[in-house]
Design a protein. Structure first.
Length: 170
């Protein structure tokens, strides 16, 4: 029996997706998983824009240079910081990144593929996403997570490097 796939070790960035639609229930589940992420002082500064409309996905392709995965993605989740919810200055990036990571891992568990497309801190990308999605001024887009059923397979690389591990002191 082959070893069970582990999302931490086996999840890969997928940039080619099949035409199979991603179910709304799966998208809702991914956002719920995101909201279970830890956050500094439990501030939970995140907001999410779920996109499953082909026209909006196509418009998002123009938002930056690394958006080609959106051409075949069947959905996307844009993770934003609601700056009005920030109570721990400077920690929103970690908080929203942890929420994003929960989406990536849980999508793998659902048999979905994902790729993180960065927006923050690139002003032009953030502005393009904000305009496309009509974000309020207090919402800062951290990333676009393209989602779909994978149309490519990637093997687990060997990334363990003992030379990068230091105990007690460098």
């Amino acid at each position: 029996m082959p070893p069970m796939k582990n999302p931490i070790f086996d999840r890969r960035s997928i940039r080619k997706f099949s035409s199979r639609a991603v179910e709304k229930e799966s998208l809702d589940h991914l956002v719920e998983a995101a909201m279970f992420a830890p956050s500094a002082g439990n501030q939970q500064p995140w907001q999410f824009v779920v996109v499953n409309d082909r026209q909006v996905l196509d418009e998002l392709i123009a938002s930056g240079p690394y958006t080609s995965a959106l051409k075949t993605a069947q959905a996307a989740i844009i993770v934003c910081c609601d700056m009005e919810r920030v109570t721990r200055e400077g920690f929103w990036i970690q908080d929203c990144s942890l929420a994003s990571h929960n989406i990536l891992l849980e999508a793998f568990n659902l048999g979905l593929g994902t790729v993180w497309i960065g927006c923050y801190p690139r002003e032009d990308r953030m502005e393009n996403v904000s305009q496309t999605l009509h974000l309020p001024v207090y919402a800062v887009p951290l990333n676009i997570i393209a989602i779909g059923y994978p149309d490519e397979q990637k093997e687990r690389p060997d990334r363990n490097d003992p030379a990068r591990i230091h105990y007690n002191r460098w």
